[in-house]
Design a protein around this ligand. Structure first.
Ligand SMILES: NC(=O)c1ccc[n+]([C@@H]2O[C@H](COP(=O)([O-])OP(=O)(O)OC[C@H]3O[C@@H](n4cnc5c(N)ncnc54)[C@H](OP(=O)(O)O)[C@@H]3O)[C@@H](O)[C@H]2O)c1
Length: 218
């Protein structure tokens, strides 16, 4: 028998989000506001995941912290929500003065698809109110991940673990992630890190939130 969805279920469903994250074996994710590596399969996994929608007219939302936005710029083809209390408060100092990279579209698209939010909850509420959205991804950095890991609407983490050690100044707490999330799918590939020219193995791990499992919504 098909369960009748209640209004509250529909709201809850729309608030759900997933996390995309790549780290080394010690949880390092960044250095000098950049990625510590340059690995094509990691970048292409991120691109495919955030751009792909089942329905061609739909878009995905990417939610990122201020520093990550300053590092990667506007991500074309996706609705970008930047979480920053300072940018939100001084919205005119903003958006277009930052370092926009190759992944950019025209300023018009940027203007339409870039939204500022005060905090993660605000970003999720905005996502819920947008039309034609398929998936919502929190894409970092470390500051934003911290809040996202503990959020009740976090469903999956797509965790790319690079089986190597990198120098870094920002990291995530891997043991803590595995305390609250459970591995549900795993695969691996071999690639080259273009910054060091070394061969690296990437483990693609899909983790599900234990809280989400308990809610019976899986
Ligand atoms: N390996 C990966 O998968 C990955 C992914 C993304 C980023 N990175 C790396 O991570 C580093 C950046 O991380 P980061 O921790 O420095 O910066 P971040 O999380 O991108 O940005 C931090 C800023 O964003 C705002 N913010 C973040 N979380 C917030 C929250 N919960 N509520 C309100 N505001 C929030 C705050 O801005 P205000 O002070 O204006 O409020 C904060 O100062 C870079 O090295 C980047 O390359 C790695």
């Amino acid at each position: 028998m098909i369960k009748k969805l209640k209004y509250i279920d529909i709201l809850y469903f729309h608030m759900m989000f997933d996390i995309l994250l790549a780290c080394d074996i010690q949880g390092v994710i960044g250095i000098n506001n950049k990625l510590p590596w340059s690995i094509e399969s990691d970048a292409s996994f991120f691109r495919k995941k955030t751009l792909y929608t089942d329905l061609p007219s739909y878009k995905n939302v990417v939610i990122m912290g201020k520093n990550t936005y300053k590092s990667v710029g506007f991500l074309n083809g996706r609705i970008n929500i930047v979480v920053s209390s300072s940018m939100y408060n001084e919205r005119h100092l903003k958006i277009f003065g930052t370092n926009l990279n190759d992944d950019n579209g025209s300023n018009n698209e940027n203007e339409k698809n870039l939204i500022l939010a005060k905090n993660l909850q605000h970003a999720l509420t905005i996502s819920m109110l947008l039309n034609d959205i398929e998936f919502v991804y929190v894409i970092g950095g470390a500051d934003l991940y911290k809040e996202a890991f503990n959020h009740p609407c976090c469903r999956f983490i797509y965790l790319t673990e690079i089986q190597s050690q990198f120098e870094g100044d920002v990291a995530v707490n891997r043991p803590k992630i595995y305390k609250y999330f459970e591995l549900c799918k795993a695969s691996q590939v071999l690639d080259i890190d273009r910054l060091t020219n070394k061969e690296v193995t990437l483990h693609y791990n899909k983790l599900v939130s234990k809280r989400y499992l308990l809610s019976g919504k899986v």
